[in-house]
Write a protein that binds this ligand. Sequence first.
Ligand code: PMV
Length: 309
Amino acid sequence: MSSASSAPGKIILFGEHAVVYNRPALAVPVMQVHADVEISDSVRTGIWILAPDISLDAELSTLPPTDALRAVIERVFQTLGISPYPALEIKISSSIPVASGLGSGAAVSVALIRALAATLGQALSDSQVNTLTYEIERLHHGTPSGIDNTVITYAKPVYFVRGQPIETFHVGRPFTLVIGNTGVNAPTKESVGDVRKHWQADPAHWEQLFDRVAQIVRQARAAIETGDTVALGPLMDANHAILQTLTVSSVELDRLVDAAKSAGAAGAKLSGGGRGGNMIALVTPQRVDEVVRALHLAGAKSTIVTTIQ
Ligand code: PMV
């Protein structure tokens, strides 16, 4: 029994936070980074999890019941009706920066679920993988919209509306993004929780803000589908301005957004939960190097250049 599986990172292009309140959002997979899982028989009894990135070499039952990896493995066995557990060695590695809005947790879950099912010779549909991953996301993020697990499970551009069947969108003309990481670990649960408090305090006003985001998302989808990349930059700027009003930007994010714009990016915004994590900048191929340099000078800990097509 052995198998391997890999899942990409993801980035939200437009609509984060408002998506929790049933507005649409656009997100795409980022293939340059991925989570990889390899499973083989173990000579040791039990299920051994090796994740050198986080210095983990432990047997499943010694992990706290709330541990995300333990939860994934137990849920897969439960779903597939596997008992007693076989002796396995599970190797996990990931090049996706953690807690930065690139979906590292969901990518590990998706790769782990698929590798486990394959090892056990059982088939799980994409929809089952998606549902299982969402359940794990819920344990850690409180009220996730489900966008991360959907984009990562299907590895396609997604126009996401909470609770609705997956809808992909077409990219009329490829465009390039530079993703800049602030290096600040910011739990999505906290920014989502804070937005909820503001919304509860003044629902009418915050619903209006979410409506404006929804309008931007719909315009952005139309621009991407018709290949009107020129329209995208200002839409990113407008979405970032609303995210600032939603209180989820930060000094570090704003500094990277401003640096990218000054270096010639056509638009820039934070991406994901905010307060830290990543921002994205829309660049022409000629501007890539300049924007990457400017982001590093402004404090970015890492950058990824990705072409959406
Ligand atoms: O930080 P990320 O990339 O996991 O994204 C969070 C996106 C939010 O809209 C803020 C929350 C959600 O569950 O959709």
